[in-house]
Structures are given as C-alpha cells and as structure tokens.
Design a binder for this molecule. Sequence first.
Ligand code: BGC
Length: 912
Amino acid sequence: MAVVLDYKKYAQKAREAGAEGIVLLENSNNVLPLVDQEIAVFGRTQYDTIYCGTGSGGLVNVPYVVSINEGLKEKYTLAEKVDETYRNWIKENPFDKGQGWAQTPFSQKEMDLCEDLLKETSENIDTAIFVIGRTAGEDKDFTLDKGSYYLSEKELKIIKDLRKHFKNLVVVVNSGNVIDLSWQEEVQADAIVFAWQGGSETGHSVVDVLSGDVNPSGKLPDTVLRDIKRHPAFKYFGRVEENLYEEDIYVGYRYFETLDQENVLYPFGYGLSYTEFEFEVLDSLVNVNPKADNYDINLQVRVNNIGNQSGKTVVQVYGSKPQGGLGNPIRELIAFKKTSEIPAGKSEDVNINIDLRDLKSYDDRLNSDTESCYILEAGEYKISAGFDVRSAKDIENIFLEDTIVLEQLTSRLSPQISFKRVKVVKAENGLELDYEDVPNRGYAEVPVLESDIKQTDAEFKLTDVISGEVDLDEFIAQFSDEDLLQMSYGNGMGPIGVTAGIAGAFGGVTERLLEAGILLYACADGPSGIRMDNGSMAFSIPNGTCLAASFNPEINQELFEFVGLECRKNNIDSLLGPGMNIHRYALCGRNFEYFSEDPLLTGVIADSQLIGMKKYNVLGTVKHFALNNQEYERVNSDSVVSERAAREIYLKPFEYIVRSGNAQSIMTSYNYINGLHAASNYDLNTAILRDEWGYDGVVMTDWWAELNDKPYSSSNKENVLPMIRAQNDLFMVTPSADRVSLEKVLEVSGKAEINRSELVRNAKNILNVIIKYSQAIHPLSVEVQNEPESNSDKIQVVDVYQDKEKVDINLADLSTDIGYTIQLLIENHTSGIFELRLDATSTAKDVAQTNIALSINNVPERTINFVGSERKQENIRLDLRQNLLNVVDMHFAESGIKINSAELVLLEEKNR
Ligand code: BGC
C-alpha cells in the first residue's frame, strides 16, 4: 500500500510550525494583532522575503515562496502608493544574490523614503510595518558591521522616520540569526516580531501571527543582548588559532543571567502572547534519596489563561546548583513543556518529571577527589519554573549533604595549551566573575586494535546476511583490505547510481562492493529541506532557530514526518541534518541551521526531528560533531575548550540524541578540537561517542574534511588512517572510490600496512546502517498529491540546430544565477554520438561548492562539481540517435558559474 505525501498538508504543517516559532518581543498598547484593515508596509524584504540562509543548508530548489507582502495582501489592504513605489524601485534595484557560492550579501539595499510619501500615507493610515531582512550562512559569518549584525544607517533612518510619522510601528525581523535590537531602546517600536526564516510558507506564517489567527507562542532560543561586545566570546570569535572558549560552561544565558543581567535586552525563553498566562504550583513531589538511588522530582503546574484570547505557552523549568568547588551558572534549563491551545479563562495542568541527575557537573579539575567524574556536588539545589529564565519562580529547594559521584570516567579531549577560563565565585553581593587555569592533561595515545582478522575466499551477498543465513562478520571477511578501504569513502558530490545532484552516497561505492550486493546509501542536504542540484524541486521548511523557538517537539516531529516522506519520494536514504551545534555567539553564519544556545532545547528538538523522519525509515545525519561554532576558516580554526565545557555544553545535545536511541548517522565537523581535527579524533568518535554513550551507528566526515594524527600535527585529506582508527567510518567525499588505492594511502601515511581489524570494525558500522535503513531493503511506495508546480520562468530555452560537425552555442547572455536552468533544445540533423564541450569557471572561494547539474532528455546525467574557484573543461557524451529533438538541461543550484564557451561536436555518425 502506498503512503500519501500530500504537499498541501505539508505546506500547512510548515506554515503552522513557522508561526509557532515566531517570537513576539514587544507589543505596547496591544498594537497586535492588527485590527486595521489598511496598513502601510515598508522594507524590500516584504517582497524578497528571505526564506532560508545560504550554503548547503539553504540550497533547496523551491517551487514557491510566499513573500510577506503576498501573505499580507491575502488579509489586508496595503497602502497602494507605498507598494507601487517599492515595486518600481525593485525593478531598478533587483535582489543581489552575490557572486559565488553562499555569497548573498547579509542585507540588501533599501529604498529611500521621501518625506511626502510618509506624510501622505500616514494621514490615512495608522499602522506601518517595517520588514528587516538578513541572511548569513555556511562559510560566511555575520560581522559586527552595519547591515550585518547591526542595522544599516538607512534601516535605522527608516525606522526612525516611520516612528515619527505613524501612530503604530510594527517591526518584523526576517533573519535566521539573532541581530542587534538595541535600537529599540531609542526607537520604541510598538511591536517587534522575530519571524526568523520560515521556508516556502514564510509569508503565511508571519501574517497568521500578525493577524492573530495564530496567537504567538514562540520563545527565544537565544539571549538577545544590549551590547554584544560585552559577550565573553567577543575577544575570540573569528580567531583561527587559539579560538579560546574562555567563557567555558557559561554560554548564552548561563553567562548573562549569572554575571551580566544588565546586558540582557530579552532573556532566554522570553516571548509574548496576545493573552496572558499565570501559573500555580499544584503539587511538587521530591523523592531525592541518593542512598536509594532516587533522584525524582515531579511538578504539577496549572497554567491559567487569564487574558481574553486562547493561546499556548511554554512552562520552563530551571535548576540551580550549589556554587561548590566547580562554580555554576545561576540557572540551567532542565525541562520544558509546551501547553496545548488553552481557551481564554481556562487552564491546563502540566505534569513535569525531573531527574536531579540532569544537573550533574563534570569535574575536570586536576587531582580533585572526584577527578573525571560526573558529580552532584553537596549543597543546595533549587528548582524554579516560569515563562522565561529571568522570571521563573523558585519552587523547591533540595539539599544534598554529600557530594555524589554518578559516573567515573576517563579524561578525554583535554586541551593541549594553557589558558584561563571563567570561574564564578561568591562575593559579598552575590556572584562575581573570576578566572582559573584550565586543566591540561596532555595527550593520551590512541589504543590500537590487534589486527588479526584474515581475509577468506567466500563469495557471499549482502542478501545472505539480511536473510540471516550468513553472519555479518563472515560477509565482511571476504573483502580485501583495499575493498574495505574503499568502503571507507563516500562518492560525491553528485554520485552516480543514486538520485542525481545530491551530496554523496556510501556503501556500494565500487564495482566489487556492488557485486557483493552492497547498496548505495544516498545522502542529501540538508536541514531546511532536501537539496537536489538536479533541477528537482523540494519543499523548504522553517529554519532551525525558528523550529527551536517553537519549543514544541511534537510539531517538529510532525513536520519531519513530511520531510521523511519527501526523502522517500526522492530516494534519499539520509538527510544531512539536523544541524545541532550550540549557538555560542550570535555571529556564527550557520546559527540559522542550528537551534539554540541551550543544550537541552537543542537535543530535544533534534531528537523530535529524527523521530519524525524515522517513521518512514529515513535517517537524519546529525551534524557537525562537534564545536563548529564559527564559519570563518572553519577547516582551520581550533576550538580550544575545557573538557567540562565540551561535555556539559557542546557535546550534550549529541549525547541526548544518542542516548535516546534515535541517532544512527553522525557527521563530524571540519574544525580542530584542541588541536585535533574532529574527524580523526579518537576521544570524540570512539571513547566518548561509542564507549561512553553506546552509539552503534555510522560516522562520516564533512565534505573533503582535513585530518591529522596528533594534536597540532599537520593535516591533509589523503592520510585517512587516523580517521579510520578514530572510528570516523567514512571519508566524504571522493569522485569515485574505486580509484582509491591502498598502496597510495600507505605511501602518504608512511605506514607499511593497514590495520585490518579497524577496517572490519568500521565496515560493520557502515553495513549495519545500510541493512537497517536502506530504502531499497525497506521499500515503500509514496503516492504524491497536490505537488506544487515549478516556476518555469527560470528556464531559459536555447534552440540548437545541429547541421554541421561542430556547432557553437552562444550562452553569453543567459543567467547562471541560483535556481536558473539553461535548456538546450537540440534538433539534430545527423544521427550519432556527440560531445557537448563545456568550458566553465566558478568564482566560489575555499572549499565552497558550486555545480552544474546536467540532465539529458529529463534523465539526470551528471553534476559537474567545482570546489572553490576553478575552471573546468568537460566533455559530455551525448548519444543522440534515438530522438530527433533532444533536451539537455543545465541547472545552476548556486550562483557563481560563468560559461566561457559551449559547443556541440559530432564524434561518430551512427544510424538511429
Ligand atoms: C557542509 C555540510 C554539508 C556538506 C555537503 C559541507 O560544506 O558543511 O553541512 O552537509 O557540505 O553539502
């Protein structure tokens, strides 16, 4: 029986999820919901609505995007003259996509507003909306410039002018990352709506909230600051060497609520509603008795809707630990629950279970009594609950007489250089900032497996393993060392044998492996929808920050069931997402893909997305493990971090999804962690991930990752032995794994032989995932309903009349911008085998990827990949015997390609 993928329902769910993440930060005099029928809307982003950030997570080829302007027009009358003036201006000043991969500017040029227009409009219209747009993304962090994190001069002027002229001013921020909002203290806009980037349905989600069809219930997943320069990471963010994580565990609100409350403009967890909520504690049951191994706390809270509209809110529970010897933030999120829609005047009872051990600390101090242990330090623990971190009220106090050791571990990921970290100390008037040395234990050699597994001459097929006739070990034993080495690679980008134009595939990457029945396992970007650089369309969903701001795992799960189904429709085994790095600092370009500054919120939301996709046996590949908190020089930057901060903050969300059992595919990050690249990091990928947390899935590198052997040793992409030893199972990606030679790998590594046991162990990780999750092994037929039509205006048709041996094709005036397609309609006179000779240049930088996805007569042919800026001359073989008219599509999934020349050359005449 077929499962139905109904795009109408998909869009509806995305619209709901997008609206649910929108955070209302200000609403004086109840200016929202908008009751006026006529409004004046300013800012170009109302038209060029930013539905997603840039880079691999933003390259969904969307069939449509509902702009904020379109959404508003479905409900309201917009001031005509303002609308018309903008439309005319935009014709002259089109959206600037930038040159090259992921190079869209942070903000776009804004139109000057003339005084007359403002005066005239504000005579009849009370309410002005100003839409501010921002983008950032992979390989490109925000900067502390105007037009990036800060408003541009022009935007500031527009806001001030609008404030002056209109009775009501509503500001809508259309940005995946938090931006500076400190202008509010001067401007005093009546309403600020943080709308994030809502994917294809952005305009609808925004208008649902502005109109009150949806009562906002999004809460801030990050603290919004008055002055980002007072952020403890300010000194280090953007550094390549010694990017010191001096703030240690005091990330986001953990720092600001503890040490600099004045700097908080809007606290973590904050967000208004059109109604008002109160809560009362009905009961709290504390059953903490470490001797009996009891750590349970149960809270029963009643949420009363005391306003006059129905709405949802989020009950947030925070814990605070004794300062102890380690030092701690004053509050940490330990549980949250979103209510259902509570009618006005009604209430809902919320039951929350807490395990006190979730407040455990990791003791990384040298020579302490509890060195390398997870502990609950002796002293007072407080539990508080409320609607944001600041206003939460204390409910329970628990006193632990003695320090409790929960787990004795071995030190891992220790920093190799000396630096100081923040330490909170008790002072007369509360808590004070101090610093202490970060413990440094040096480097422990990686244990080596005994290489005692021999090759056999059996000839099994993977189906023998699936049917239970043959053991996986026996199956693997038949492969040579070189076969197993080749299995440690993924093919890509745009691998052959799977859906065209996707990021990569692993498993049956060579003839030999395919012959043994190993299937190709297809992986496609990314967190905001499926990226297929082949011209196929996919749905774009709200960005990570928006989905986290919903504080609603259920809606995330429901939305990702649709994503899972869409993966099935397109034969994608694994979606390369969610991205779940912690928002260390607001400028990280990829914050839009990630969720929050809080590890629990990140873990819960990621987990719900994984569960959603798994409903249809689709795996999410969670990324980037770990500490990829800036994009600038992401391959070379060294995240220098204490073991405590790594474990308590940056690894914690990954631990959450591994322990829940929902993660079976993980992508490591590009960066170094304390001098050792994540992908060749044994502590990370084996000792912590597998031995401590019990992970049994596959681990892959990020695309063309760098590897090194020892902390601060030089790195390269060729010596994969340290990666294999670390149990990062797959190097992603190589054009074709059958060209990988054992001899060459041994030569670059300076080793005489490869450790066969390590190869076998990793092959098992890979094959186990393929057996459990390959779509070919677990088929499902998907019936598609209400699929949106593609926007054909981006297809540029070129007639090619082939009447001689060589035909020059002039493509000079055509657009190769993101989303455009050049379609050659070849009418051939001669029947035979031809070559399309393309000469093209990419202007992208570093490891940025651009490509041309080619398909012939609608059958995806191949993707020409460019890494960084390079020129390529490619000859594409065309068998033009069957048809008289042949269609060659060249699709551009990113901007930045220049076609220097194209010609069609006859190689050999052959009869049809
Ligand atoms: C990104 C990954 C992505 C991969 C494949 C890399 O540049 O960092 O997140 O999945 O490319 O496109």
